[in-house]
Design a protein around this ligand. Structure first.
Ligand SMILES: [Zn+2]
Length: 135
């Protein structure tokens, strides 16, 4: 074992178990392909399911962020325009941070509930209630 590897192993041992648990989730990613002047995003349903959010809500955000039209086609979505994978995954990441991650504890165990007509994000991990910002 070289020094670098040993250093990494030691560093890993120093991370408290709790911190590792905090990082158990991964930011969802999407697969996309550009064909002509359109971008096809594949299997978006599973990504949205993973985030436990409403597809329409996500599509509204995507429409705004890409500033173009977005149409549903079965499991896929078609974006009018060319968008690279890095750009699209950045949009998904921003959505995840704004509408899924709890701002109080940083966990993704949240759900959207209506409270007196206002959309709130309720965290199942720490109980925090955060108003959902409009798109
Ligand atoms: Zn929380």
């Amino acid at each position: 074992m070289d020094d670098y590897e040993e250093m990494l192993n030691n560093a890993y041992k120093l991370i408290p178990k709790e911190a590792l648990e905090h990082n158990r989730f991964e930011i969802p990613r999407v697969d996309s392909i550009i064909q002509g002047k359109k971008t096809f995003v594949k299997g978006i349903d599973s990504t949205i399911k993973e985030m436990r959010r409403d597809k329409k809500h996500f599509l509204k955000y995507l429409t705004k962020e890409t500033a173009t039209s977005v149409t549903e086609s079965g499991q896929n979505i078609i974006i009018n325009g060319k968008f690279g994978a890095i750009q699209l995954n950045k949009i998904v990441e921003n959505y995840f941070k704004q509408f899924v991650l709890c701002p109080a504890c940083g966990k993704p165990d949240t759900k959207i509930i209506l409270q007196q007509g206002t959309k709130m994000m309720k965290c199942e991990a720490c109980g925090a209630m955060t108003p959902v910002r409009g798109i």
